[in-house]
Design a protein around this ligand. Structure first.
Ligand SMILES: CC(C)(COP(=O)(O)OP(=O)(O)OC[C@H]1O[C@@H](n2cnc3c(N)ncnc32)[C@H](O)[C@@H]1OP(=O)(O)O)[C@@H](O)C(=O)NCCC(=O)NCCS
Length: 223
């Protein structure tokens, strides 16, 4: 496989730090390079534009590097229903790409039932989306806009919910909206709880997560 791209280093370090247990983590900077795909993966991007081919192939490349870090063979990773990757037996994982970087985290199922990751540049989410992303019980109290370690409240919640959704979906196969995902942030520990609520009730036990802000990006991990 092609050598590791150093632009992915900060994302790799962030996700390694966020997970409470042994995980495989790889990240690369995105260029115009399309990494080789395994048979059965191409179908997911057969009609895709060049940018999407680059990010999809980088995700597969990172996932395979992460698998080998855990002692597993580099395996095919097809896209399943609703785009969720179909992880090899015994493994779970998650992929994210954002603003020129792609990262994948892979974990043994005996340690994590499912995981989700996301990263966003701070101030990535426009204020017009606040009503869609934030539930009434997540809106910050009146006063100056809240920032935590430099990230705005809206982008933080967007990122935490996307990571939680990626952990939630493979187990429950249910598309849910931002309003159906309730997030409770502990600003001191930089940890969060995410509850998927359907019909006003908690659909499943809560997911746990952590986040950190570094070099203009927020990184979230959920399990
Ligand atoms: C998956 C999703 C949350 C983020 O996708 P995105 O904006 O492209 O952002 P990212 O680059 O960070 O993540 C994409 C990767 O997530 C993974 N992914 C996609 N759908 C997934 C799903 N249903 N479950 C788990 N992982 C999924 C894939 O690996 C994908 O990359 P790939 O297609 O190259 O393999 C979004 O596309 C989606 O499906 N949203 C619908 C539900 C939602 O947003 N609800 C609100 C949050 S609760």
């Amino acid at each position: 496989m092609r050598s590791f791209d150093p632009q992915g280093g900060p994302a790799r370090d962030a996700f390694l730090q966020l997970f409470p247990g042994r995980v495989g983590v790889a990240a690369v900077g995105l260029s115009d390079y399309v990494f080789p795909l395994f048979p059965g993966e191409e179908v997911a991007i057969v009609k895709a534009v060049a940018k999407r081919r680059v990010e999809f192939s980088a995700g597969r490349h990172c996932a395979r590097l992460a698998m080998t870090q855990l002692g597993y063979p580099a395996s095919v990773l097809p896209s399943g229903a609703d785009r969720a990757p179909v992880w090899p037996s015994g493994l779970t994982g998650s992929i994210t790409h954002s603003a020129g970087v792609c990262a994948a985290v892979v974990a043994p199922c005996r340690h994590f039932l499912s995981i989700g990751i996301d990263m966003e540049p701070i101030d990535a989410v426009p204020a017009e989306l606040a009503d869609e992303v934030l539930r009434p019980d997540e809106i910050a109290p009146r006063g100056p806009p809240i920032r935590l370690d430099g990230v705005d409240w809206l982008t933080l919640h967007f990122c935490l919910k996307e990571a939680a959704y990626k952990a939630f979906y493979p187990r429950f196969q249910n598309i849910i909206s931002f309003q159906e995902m309730r997030v409770e942030v502990d600003p001191r520990s930089r940890e969060y709880l995410a509850e998927a609520q359907i019909g006003g009730k908690n659909a499943v036990p809560p997911f746990h997560g952590r986040f950190l802000v570094r070099d203009g990006r927020v990184y979230a991990a959920c399990w």
